[in-house]
Design a protein around this ligand. Structure first.
Ligand code: NOJ
Length: 533
């Protein structure tokens, strides 16, 4: 095995990070659910893809009320996925292949089955155990009304009443009680959990719902559209400064899941003694439109520069509509949770062409980039039959929102195997569409113009050629609806979002294109090229 990576370099400033949703990646024991054995068996695939790190969605003990974001024990692996010893092996095997591990820490809430919450419910009103959460008496004559009017991140109520009459706060489902982050024990526990995973070789931590942990201590009613009592509160910065001190002991990296639309407020979390990076959700919220994407790129870079943090580029993840489906729509090609509806038509040929171009665009931008498993296969969002949907977002929206299962479908590995070689002897936990053979990794590996071959080649170039990753970007003059920029060392990226083919800017070599050039050597609509000047 190769010598362990010591994490001391700034690898995270330019990394390509691959997101593994363990439940749906590969099933090693055949029970219908992906697991760590499945990931270990597929590490060579990830090494060949050419990624620098894996971010694992939560793999801890969990009743799975929200796909593992309801953690019952932050130091134990869910038995459906494997054991702690296996996670340690996985981390070290990946490291042997040059791949770092990022774990997902969920600080805003835990599972209602976590020992702390069970003790709090049992201990009753006024107890020290309840102080770790937000328990309050109700309003109304008999306390029958919730203590405040905060809306849930998942629609529906944010307060649930326990048998003794008190209510507890949960910004997500009732199975995910919010922790009280003004309590020192809550802070201490999470710092210990960070140490626990850094000591097991994790190179970084993705912080779930990072903007939500701190609450106005009075838990006041919020005016409509005013999220200040519970989103992006100033108290958070002190919390993440102490996380940074812990991370620095291990050269660990902190990555925030921050849905904070104001770029100035967002960048405050990335000051040198706070988080290293955060997901740039502005980019995936933008439609497939040159001016919009350019504005997002400019704003992102402008607000990251003063704090010295690298930008990140994300096209999709386990919460978001798959890229090819989103970009294949006639309108609303930018992502918006509020607009998710059943049956929105999508032209997957157009969507795939744009997703290929977007892949080259995002991989050429300054900073690090995240790929969600299956993105390299160009998977579309799947339609899940109503009786198989599992995501609480669907149920809490009273069936209006299809939920997030459509992007979480078990991966197709082999075109001709049962369940596309996912590994299950029985039906996988979510059904796979009947027409996914062409998406299977083995089929794509053998197909020259497949999405998988494009990603492999793009990631190979990104590692071997100069000019990628962190560093400056300069826009080049270009036709309307064309994005063209040059990176240090003369790496040019050009993306044509207009309806007409365009001439390529001056260059000495074409490194890669997302689709064929036309007969005149011009770049067609919805196509990207990487060039050497
Ligand atoms: C954000 C996660 O990405 C999402 O999947 C989860 O449901 C919520 N946070 C709550 O933990």
């Amino acid at each position: 095995m190769a010598a362990p990576l010591d994490h001391t370099d700034d690898w995270w400033r330019a990394a390509a990070i691959y997101q593994v949703y363990v439940r749906s990646f590969a099933d090693g024991d055949g029970d219908g659910t992906g697991d760590l054995a499945g990931v270990r068996a597929r590490l060579p695939y990830l090494a060949e893809l050419g990624i620098d790190a894996i971010w694992f969605n939560p793999w801890y003990l969990s009743p799975m009320a929200d796909g593992g974001y309801d953690v019952a024990d932050y130091r134990a692996i869910d038995p459906a996925f494997g054991t702690l010893a296996e996670a340690e092996k996985l981390i070290s095997e990946a490291r042997g292949l040059g791949i770092r591990t990022i774990v997902d820490i969920v600080p805003n809430h835990l599972s209602d089955q976590h020992a702390w919450f069970r003790a709090a419910v049992a201990a009753g009103p006024g107890s020290a155990e309840r102080e770790l959460f937000h328990f309050r008496p109700g309003r109304g004559e008999n306390g029958e009304l919730p203590p405040n009017n905060w809306p849930s991140q998942f629609s529906g109520e944010t307060w649930t009443r326990v048998a003794d009459g008190e209510w507890y706060l949960h910004l997500f489902t009732p199975e995910q009680p919010d922790l009280n982050w003004s309590h020192p024990v809550v802070r201490q526990e999470h710092e210990d959990v960070l140490r626990f995973w850094f000591e097991r070789g994790a190179a970084g931590v993705r912080i779930d719902s990072a903007a939500l942990c701190a609450k106005d201590p009075d838990l006041p009613d919020a005016a409509e559209d005013d999220t200040t009592p519970y989103v992006d509160r100033d108290e958070l910065h002190d919390i993440y400064r102490s996380w940074r001190a812990v991370a620095d002991e291990y050269n660990g990296v902190l990555i925030g899941e921050l849905w904070v639309p104001d770029p100035d407020r967002f960048s405050r979390y990335l000051r040198p003694d706070e988080l290293h990076t955060a997901f740039n959700f502005d980019f995936l919220a933008r439609p497939w439109d040159a001016a919009e994407l350019r504005a997002s790129i400019d704003t992102t870079l402008a607000f990251h520069a003063p704090v010295g943090a690298p930008a990140t580029w994300v096209l999709c993840n386990h919460d978001v509509t798959r890229t090819v489906t989103r970009y294949g729509r006639a309108e609303d090609t930018g992502f918006d949770f509020a607009k998710k509806r059943f049956g929105t038509p999508s032209d997957l040929v157009t969507g795939t062409r744009r997703a290929r171009a977007a892949a080259l665009l995002s991989l050429a931008l300054p900073g690090s980039v995240y790929l969600f498993q299956g993105e390299e296969l160009g998977l579309p969002e799947a339609d899940i039959p109503l009786d198989r949907i599992q995501d609480p977002m669907h149920f809490r929206s009273l069936g209006v929102d299809p939920g997030r299962d459509g992007c979480r479908v078990p991966l197709p590995w082999r075109a001709d195997a049962p369940h596309y070689g996912f590994g299950s002897e029985q039906e996988p936990w979510l059904p796979q569409p009947a027409d996914w053979s062409a998406y299977a990794a083995d089929r794509q590996a053998a197909t020259e113009d497949s999405m998988l071959v494009l990603y492999r080649e793009a990631l190979r170039l990104r590692r071997t050629e100069t000019g990628f990753g962190d560093g400056p970007l300069n826009w080049l003059p270009s036709a309307q609806d064309v994005l063209a920029f040059v990176r240090t060392g003369g790496l040019i990226c050009v993306v044509n979002l207009s309806e007409e083919p365009v001439e390529l800017p001056g260059h000495t070599r074409v490194l890669l294109t997302s689709g064929p050039l036309d007969d005149g050597g011009r770049l067609p609509q919805d196509t990207a090229a990487w060039l050497r000047s």
